[in-house]
Design a protein around this ligand. Structure first.
Ligand code: NI
Length: 192
């Protein structure tokens, strides 16, 4: 089932997510729905708060970038992937910048600096513990989604100057002025 995506300004996006205690049919349905929602919106990552949920969970699917990554010499684990109760254990001091977007902040893209490599521990959707060293694009996407679980958005990372330039558009978005090609929940739709 395709779920509506909560847009910038909705309080759930600023609410830290909570560890998932146990597997359940509901949880498996949520993971399936999040993957379907991400694909429908042509996204490569989606975190539970973006669909109005509090579970510490995100999904990614970098298969659209597989060819590009292969050229960089990177092989992808089977996609899509679910990350439950993730914990970043280590990150490189070396950072790089890349333009990011977010399904909760339609039409805005900005350069974000992030560590190039991370080590992350999580449970997969079958609750098997995993630990991975990630670098390049997958490390970036995973850090972006991980931030969502802490109530952090990519626009929090941009320079004060860029933020000032975006302030008006973000304010309008928070008031419900959004044009997205997928179902969304905004301040306006909640009061309608
Ligand atoms: Ni995002």
């Amino acid at each position: 089932m395709i779920l509506p995506i909560y847009v910038y300004g909705m309080p759930i996006l600023r609410t830290p997510a909570e560890d998932v205690a146990e597997n359940s049919e509901d949880l498996q349905t949520l993971i399936d729905d999040m993957i379907e929602t991400m694909h429908n919106a042509a996204g490569i990552g989606l975190a539970a708060p973006q669909v109005g949920r509090t579970e510490r969970l995100f999904v990614v699917d970098l298969s659209p970038l597989a060819e590009e990554l292969a050229e960089e010499g990177q092989t992808l684990p089977p996609q899509p992937m679910a990350f439950l109760n993730p914990e970043i254990l280590d990150e490189s001091e070396t950072e790089s910048a890349f333009e990011e977007g977010c399904l909760s902040i339609p039409d805005i893209r900005e350069d974000v600096w992030r560590p190039e490599r991370i080590r992350i521990r999580f449970l997969d959707r079958d609750f098997r513990p995993q630990e991975l060293n990630l670098s390049g694009m997958i490390a970036r996407v995973v850090q972006h989604e991980y931030d969502h679980l802490e109530g952090i958005l990519f626009v929090d990372h941009i320079t004060p100057f860029r933020r000032r330039l975006l302030r008006r558009r973000l304010r309008e978005m928070a008031r419900g002025l959004v044009d997205a090609e997928y179902p969304v929940v905004t301040a306006e739709s909640e009061t309608a």
